[in-house]
Write a protein that binds this ligand. Structure first.
Ligand code: MN
Ligand code: MN
Length: 406
C-alpha cells in the first residue's frame, strides 16, 4: 500500500474510531509521489504554491532540522522596468545564504541598451532567449564587439567596461551571475552617471574640447534605454578596434555548439571553466537531466555553488553536518544555493528535460562524488560503515558518473 493511501487510511480510522486524531502518526506519513498535490491538507491553502513545492508540503522523511533556506524565485524579485527592457536580481539581500554570488535576469527589447558600465565583480552571463550585441574594452584598450544567441555565454572580468544591446527580431533575455553576493545591478558605475558627477570644466580639460560639448549629457542615469538597433557587426568591430586591435573572441563562449563533457543515459553535462574558456574566473556546469535522471550525490570542495533553473522541474536535498537536511523543489526562474562542501543531488521530477546551471566563483570546476569516494576507499572499510556488502561496493564505477543512470 502506498504511504498516501496509508495516510488516508489512518485518518479515516481515527475519525471513525476515536475523538482524538493521531496527529504524530499523521505527520509521519506523506504521499509517495512528490508530484501529487496535497489534497489532505485541511482548511484554506495556497494550492498553486503548494503544487510547485511538494517537498515543502510533505517533506521526505529524510529531511530534518533547521536548514537555512537555499531557494529564491526570480518571480518574487522586484522588477525594474525601463523603456528598453527590464531587470530583477536575486542577491544576498533576497537570499541571505548566497554570500559569494548573486544573479540578475534581464530582458532587452530590439535596440534596448543596458548602458555602458562596469562593476568590481566579474560578470558571467548565459543567453536564454533571442540575440544581443555585447561590447567591452580591456585594460590595453583592445576592443571586444560580438553578437550572442541562445545558449551562448560571456565573461566580463571585474572592472572591464561593457554594454549589452538587444538585437532583432525580438531582443534578448539573459542571466547574469556575479562573484559577489552583495552585488547590486541598480548601483553600478554608469557612463552617464559618472559624467553627470564630474565638473564640466574637468570634462572639457580631460578631452581638450569646449565645455559645451557636454551640455546634453543626461541629467539622470540611462541604465536601460530604448535605442536604434546597432550597425552591422563587422562595421562596428572594425571601427572600435582602430589604433589598438580587436579581441572579439575573448569574452564570449559558444556553449550552444560545445560537445557535452559527459553523456549518460540520464542526461548530459557541459563544463565551462578556465581550461576551455581562458577569460573566465567563474566556472559553470550546464546540466540537462532527462525525466527521472539524477545529478549524482556530490559536493564541491573549492567554493559555494549558485544555481539557476532554466526549464523543467526538479528537487534538491542539501545535507548539513549535525543530522540536518532540507529538500526544495525547483522550476524555471528559481535560484538555488549550496555552501562549500555541502553534499547534494538534483533529481528531475518532471515529465520534460530539466535544464539548470551550476555556477562557481572560481575559474576551476571541481567536485567529489559519493560514488568516486566509495569506489576508491577499501571496500572492507566502507562495508564496516554502510553494511551494504562488498559486492555492491566493488561494482561502483571507478570513474565519476556526474549524471545517472549511466
Ligand atoms: Mn555588467
Ligand atoms: Mn553541485
Amino acid at each position: 500500500m502506498s504511504t498516501r493511501r496509508r495516510f488516508l487510511g489512518v485518518t479515516g480510522a481515527a475519525l471513525a474510531g476515536a475523538a482524538m486524531a493521531p496527529l504524530a502518526q499523521a505527520q509521519q506519513t506523506r504521499p509517495d509521489d512528490h508530484n501529487q498535490p496535497n489534497e489532505e491538507q485541511p482548511g484554506e491553502n495556497n494550492t498553486a504554491l503548494d503544487a510547485e513545492n511538494p517537498s515543502s508540503v510533505w517533506s521526505p522523511e529524510t529531511d530534518n532540522g533547521t536548514v537555512e533556506p537555499f531557494k529564491y524565485s526570480f518571480g518574487l524579485a522586484h522588477k525594474r522596468i525601463e523603456d528598453g527592457g527590464w531587470t530583477r536580481q536575486v542577491t544576498e539581500r533576497e537570499l541571505p545564504i548566497s554570500k559569494t554570488m548573486a544573479g540578475v535576469e534581464m530582458r532587452l527589447i530590439t535596440g534596448g541598451v543596458r548602458e555602458l558600465h562596469w562593476h568590481t565583480s566579474a560578470e558571467w552571463a548565459f543567453m536564454t532567449y533571442g540575440n544581443a550585441r555585447i561590447t567591452a574594452v580591456d585594460a590595453e584598450g583592445r576592443s571586444f564587439v560580438n553578437d550572442v544567441t541562445v545558449g551562448d555565454l560571456w565573461l566580463f572580468p571585474g572592472g572591464i567596461p561593457h554594454s549589452i544591446q538587444g538585437l532583432g527580431p525580438d531582443g534578448a533575455k539573459f542571466l547574469l551571475v556575479f562573484n559577489d553576493g552583495s552585488f547590486n545591478e541598480f548601483e553600478t558605475f554608469l557612463l552617464t552617471d559618472w559624467f553627470k558627477h564630474t565638473p564640466k570644466e574637468v570634462l572639457a580639460k580631460n578631452f581638450g574640447v569646449p565645455g559645451s560639448t557636454f551640455d546634453n549629457v543626461p541629467k539622470k542615469e540611462l541604465f536601460i534605454f530604448a535605442a536604434e538597433p546597432p550597425r552591422p557587426l563587422a562595421e562596428e568591430q572594425k571601427a572600435a578596434a582602430e589604433g589598438t586591435s580587436g579581441i572579439n573572441g575573448d569574452f564570449v563562449f559558444r556553449a550552444s555548439t560545445m560537445p557535452p563533457t559527459k553523456v549518460r543515459a540520464g542526461g548530459e553535462v557541459r563544463i565551462v571553466e578556465k581550461k576551455n574558456f581562458p577569460a573566465t574566473d567563474i566556472a559553470a556546469a550546464i546540466v540537462r537531466l532527462k525525466p527521472g535522471g539524477l545529478r549524482e550525490l556530490h559536493w564541491h570542495p573549492l567554493s559555494d555553488e549558485w544555481q539557476y533553473y532554466v526549464s523543467g522541474k526538479g528537487r534538491m536535498t542539501v545535507f548539513q553536518a549535525g543530522g540536518k537536511a532540507r529538500t526544495f523543489d525547483f522550476q524555471a526562474g528559481d535560484v538555488g544555493y549550496i555552501k562549500m562542501s555541502h553534499p547534494h543531488y538534483i533529481e528531475n521530477t518532471g515529465t520534460e528535460d530539466l535544464l539548470f546551471l551550476e555556477v562557481f566563483p572560481t575559474g576551476t570546476y571541481q567536485d567529489i562524488s559519493a560514488s568516486e569516494w566509495l569506489a576508491h576507499t577499501p571496500a572492507r572499510l566502507v562495508n564496516e560503515h554502510l553494511k551494504t556488502g562488498e559486492e555492491f561496493l566493488n561494482k561502483i564505477p571507478k570513474k565519476e558518473a556526474v549524471v545517472t543512470p549511466l
